[in-house]
Structure formats: C-alpha cells, structure tokens
Write a protein that binds this ligand. Sequence first.
Ligand code: GRF
Length: 216
Amino acid sequence: MSKAYPVIVVLVSGRGSNLQAIIDRTQHDLPARIASVISDEPEALALERARRAAIPTHVVTRRAFPTRTAFDRVLQATIDAYHPELVVLAGFMRILTGDFVAHYQGKMINVHPSLLPAFPGLDTHARALAAGHRQHGASVHFVTEEVDGGPVIIQAAVPVLPEDTPEILAERVLAQEHRILPEAIRWFIERDLTIDGNIVRRHGEPVPLQRRMQNG
Ligand code: GRF
C-alpha cells in the first residue's frame, strides 16, 4: 500500500469486525492507510486482526493511569504520533472527554448501531425492539462531546422482523455498519464532506438521512 495514501488511525475495544471491514476495503478499493490500531483492551480480538494485516498496534488501558486526564494525554500522544488525517472509532467503548474530543474536532468519526438520534448509548437493539420500531439501523457520525450526538455522515436502515431477538437484529445492523463505515471514510478522505452546524454536507448537499418509522 502506498505511503502517499491518507493516514487513518482506528480505535477499538473488542471483536473488531468493523476494523476488519475497513482493512478489507483498504486492501481493495479504499485509498487509505491504517497506520495504527489502538485498543483500550489488551485482549481485544481486534488487535489480532490488526496484527494479521501487519498493522502496528498499541494498547492503552485506562487502569494503567491514575487519572482520566493522564489516560487521555497518552492516548492522544499515541494517536498523534501517526499524524492521522482521520481517527476512526470502530467499537471503541470509552466515553471521551471534552478536551480530547475538541482536539480531533471534525476529524474523528464513530459508527453507532442505531438510526441516530434514536437510541444513543448502549443496548440499542433491545431498545429498538422494546419500543416496537419497525425500522432500525446504523449511523456513522462525527464525534462531538455529546455521546453519539455529533453530525451524521451516513445511515443505513434495516427492517425489524417479528421474530427478531436483539442478537439477530444486531447481526443485520452489523452488516450495514461494515458497509457504511468504509464509505464514510472514503467520503472524508476524498474531501467530499463539510460540517455545517449539526448537518453534514456531501458535495455541498445535506446528506440524506433515514426517516425513522416509529411503530409502523
Ligand atoms: C458495533 O456494533 C459498533 O457499532 C458498536 O460496537 C460494535 C463493535 O463491533 N459501537 P466490532 O468490534 O466492530 O465487531
């Protein structure tokens, strides 16, 4: 892979299937270089996926630091050593502090398993089922201080079926995450995107978001 490709750094905490989707696309048609994968969990399967793709890895655990500020400082230094154009949160399960988020304003994105603004936070699939929604999905958004509240770049909807469990629904949504996260990265590195308040424009036009059908 050419060194001239825009550099991205990916933050992970777990299984790393979204990381794998990005790796697979960079090995085919996504002109980006994953310079590093950073995990806050030493046992994350995502680290193994990165190693298999010969991507440098780092582990920065919260418990290794006495304060949140000290953790953030080291995490930030670890990321910035690679001078990334874009920081991608791909299943990174830590809530970020204001200073950290501000440092990466407009250049850090996250994939979230719901049609935001519906269901920020955890357990989105169970919550969508409990609410009786007939449509659920995934979003990629710029990261702001508000958890899962930043400007949305791209969404994908899936139907909620009568026999769904949270696990079955999660699988259907995850397949869409794997599609839209690399797509959002592409749009970013091709400089298609601008942020206008809480709206993302692509080629100057607001990106079309999914209309959520509540209870039908
Ligand atoms: C994904 O559903 C992501 O949206 C959520 O956590 C999950 C991570 O999955 N934040 P993986 O580690 O990418 O497989």
